[in-house]
Design a protein around this ligand. Structure first.
Ligand code: NAP
Length: 242
């Protein structure tokens, strides 16, 4: 089994939730990790760098500094993302649409393009999708569209990378208890708590362990897709609550 000693990694959105747990798991397994987020003070990675994936210049600065510190790249975890609101599409705003598309799609594509030239042979790209990118649900049209796009981009990139020694995995989690809902409901604690009530949701560490599994397969094994749901969840909206 391939270990992560002497590997280097970039994790976007490492200040919270799945990204923070993944960065911690990679470091635990011996990788040197550069974490990026807008809230740089929340980062607990070895290398902490400010990153706004919606901003081209910020991404350029981040990649240059991260590669400068790491000396090359083995693992890119494109995790930064967000949903905004749970409203019927008719109530969607240009601003919220732009923010979700810029972060979840353009940010991920931009970071991939900037990092790709630095990824060494045997490298691995992990793209954070969602079960929202496999099955639509109501009142989340733009978030759903963004995650379908992540899956489409990942499939297409797999074609373009074919023949090169770089692995690529899309990770599609279901309900994970993180800061996600707090961001989605703009700090409304009552609304933010509701999705996790009466259900044993996934923890960020559960997803981090699945990512580790993909990263530590022998080099000829590419885990194309990981779909991970809580036992009590069968689809984005079907949840057996107690
Ligand atoms: P979270 O706790 O809110 O973490 C989101 C992370 O993304 C934070 O570190 C945040 O950092 C970062 N981020 C947001 N906008 C950014 C930007 N413009 N530039 C750089 N970083 C940015 O939520 P999470 O659940 O861990 O979400 C992580 C990923 O998992 C997202 O792509 C999300 O769509 C996906 N996902 C989550 C769930 C779930 O149920 N929680 C399910 C499926 C998929 P800053 O705010 O400090 O910038």
């Amino acid at each position: 089994m391939a270990g992560l000693e002497r590997k280097t990694a970039i994790v976007t959105g490492a200040s919270s939730g799945i990204g923070a747990a993944t960065a911690a798991a990679l470091a635990r397994e011996g990788a040197r990790v550069a974490g990026g987020a807008r809230r740089v003070d929340q980062l607990e990675t070895e290398i902490k760098l400010e990153l706004d994936v919606t901003d081209q210049e910020s991404c350029g600065r981040f990649v240059e500094a991260a590669i400068g510190e790491l000396g090359g790249l083995d693992i890119l975890v494109n995790n930064a993302g967000l949903g905004l609101g749970r409203d019927p599409f008719g109530e969607s705003t240009e601003e919220d649409e732009e923010m979700q598309l810029e972060t979840n799609i353009h940010g991920l594509i931009r970071m991939t393009r900037l990092c790709l030239p630095h990824i060494r042979d045997g490298g691995h790209i992990i793209n954070m999708g969602s079960i929202a990118g496999r099955q639509a649900y109501e009142n989340a049209a733009v978030y759903v569209a963004s995650k379908f796009a992540v899956r489409g981009f990942t499939y297409a990139l797999r074609e373009d990378l074919l023949g090169r020694p770089i692995r690529l995995t899309t990770v599609d989690p279901g309900l994970v208890e993180t800061n996600f809902s707090r961001v989605r409901f703009r700090g409304d604690e009552e609304k933010a708590k509701a999705p996790y009530e009466g259900v044993d949701a996934l923890r960020p560490e559960d997803i981090a362990e699945c990512i580790l599994f993909a990263l530590t397969r022998p080099l000829h094994v590419n885990i194309d897709e990981l779909v991970v749901k809580a036992l009590a969840q069968s689809s984005p909206v079907r949840i057996a609550r107690t």
